[in-house]
Design a protein around this ligand. Structure first.
Ligand SMILES: Cc1ncc(COP(=O)(O)O)c(C=O)c1O
Length: 374
């Protein structure tokens, strides 16, 4: 049997929408992007959304638009994809890692206050695998220390916790529409914000700091543009938005389908002594982006290879950022600096999870894994 790590869920609805866009006049940032922004903001209950080319771009622009840069520190998690802390470096600021909770892998709120210095300007929580961090506590800390919050919500479009939606208690949240995400346009991203002023800055900074975007220059009467500040080229295109709009309609349905697959995994794996599972805390509705298991660190790499040999797609989410060569060299990080994140990084394996995954495929993955564990 072959079980791909991920299969996208692009259907005839997306192909139809894409065809319509391609037959239209304008395929870069235009009407479809505006419609997507309105609908995505509605779905996440955010006042505003801005479409960009990736979550990395979104995190970077969010930092820039909030005035965070050179000389500033941003507290974040080492248990994430390198995009999180790279975005802080792109803004010219310094990432300050705080170790994570052993049961969820999310940033450990109990350690945040100790990491705050005079230079700290923001906290960037990462909602690992789709489960929100403890945003109520993070928001309380940020309020008392006058810090901004920028959520790395790359995994977490559908997430809620303690009655709070993703993006609700922060200045900005960045979402990813990368190829393997819950919604995808191959590459893509969005930022939700609560301030109209910040939304307006983001709209300009995703397009070089120009005062008029191409659609308004060419589709309406020609207007000269000015450049007020030096921005970036991070604007979402109508092609990306056309792919995303029908998926947004199905986002809850797809979550239910992943929940079904998740439950089948739990049925097969919950009581296996040699397998650990990250916890979904009470009051949390995870976006169920990645299904991960924990195995013996000594056997992890060989299990990974054996699973691949058995036709099963796997991944590791994540090897902790601070131990990447660049971060070791630049900041002098060493093994043991963030032991909880390191422990997760050594024992984690990500198994296939997507709406079309069949119970028989999940059983095959679980049976193979159990036989490898002995
Ligand atoms: C936690 C996390 N943050 C940020 C990103 C970056 O997303 P993008 O590829 O859209 O820039 C990813 C991508 O996989 C991610 O997993």
């Amino acid at each position: 049997m072959k079980v791909d790590f991920f299969r996208h869920n692009i259907t005839s609805a997306e192909r139809k929408a894409l065809d319509k866009t391609l037959r239209g006049l304008f395929i870069s940032t235009g009407d479809e992007v505006a419609t997507f922004e309105t609908k995505f903001a509605n779905y996440t209950a955010a006042p505003y959304a801005v479409g960009v080319t990736s979550a990395t771009a979104g995190l970077h622009l969010a930092l820039e638009s909030l005035g965070i840069g050179r000389g500033d520190e941003v507290i974040t998690s080492p248990m994430s994809f390198i995009a999180t802390s790279n975005s802080i470096l792109h803004a010219g600021a310094t990432p300050k890692f705080v170790d994570v909770e052993p049961d969820t892998g999310n940033i450990d709120v109990a350690n945040i206050e100790k990491a705050i210095t005079k230079k700290t300007k923001a906290i960037m929580p990462v909602h690992l695998y789709g489960q929100l961090c403890d945003m109520k506590s993070i928001s309380a800390i940020a309020k008392s220390a006058k810090l901004r919050i920028i959520e790395d919500a790359a995994h977490a479009v559908e997430a809620t916790r303690d009655g709070i939606k993703v993006g609700q208690l922060s200045d900005a949240a960045a979402f990813s529409f990368y190829a393997t995400k819950n919604m995808t346009s191959g590459e893509g991203g969005a930022i939700t914000v609560r301030s109209k002023r910040v939304r307006n800055i983001l709209r300009q900074s995703r397009s070089h700091g120009m005062t008029k975007d191409a659609a308004s220059r060419y589709q309406k009467k020609f207007q000269h543009y000015d450049m007020k500040f030096c921005g970036w080229k991070y604007n979402m295109s109508n092609i990306q938005a056309a792919l995303l709009l029908p998926q947004l309609e199905r986002v809850e349905k797809n979550l239910r389908l992943r929940q079904k697959a998740w439950d089948v995994y739990l049925k097969h794996l919950s009581d296996v002594p040699k397998i650990g599972l990250p916890k979904i805390v009470a009051g949390s509705r995870s976006a169920l982006h990645l299904f991960t298991v924990w195995v013996s660190p000594k056997k992890r790499n060989s299990i990974l290879t054996e699973l691949e040999s058995a036709g099963i797609g796997v991944a590791i989410n994540f090897r902790p950022i601070h131990l990447m060569s660049f971060y070791r060299k630049r900041f002098g990080f060493r093994k043991g600096d963030f032991p909880v994140a390191e422990n997760i990084g050594n024992k984690v394996i990500t198994l296939p999870l997507y709406p079309t995954l069949k119970p028989g495929q999940i059983k095959y993955v679980c049976d193979t894994l159990k036989s490898l564990l002995g």
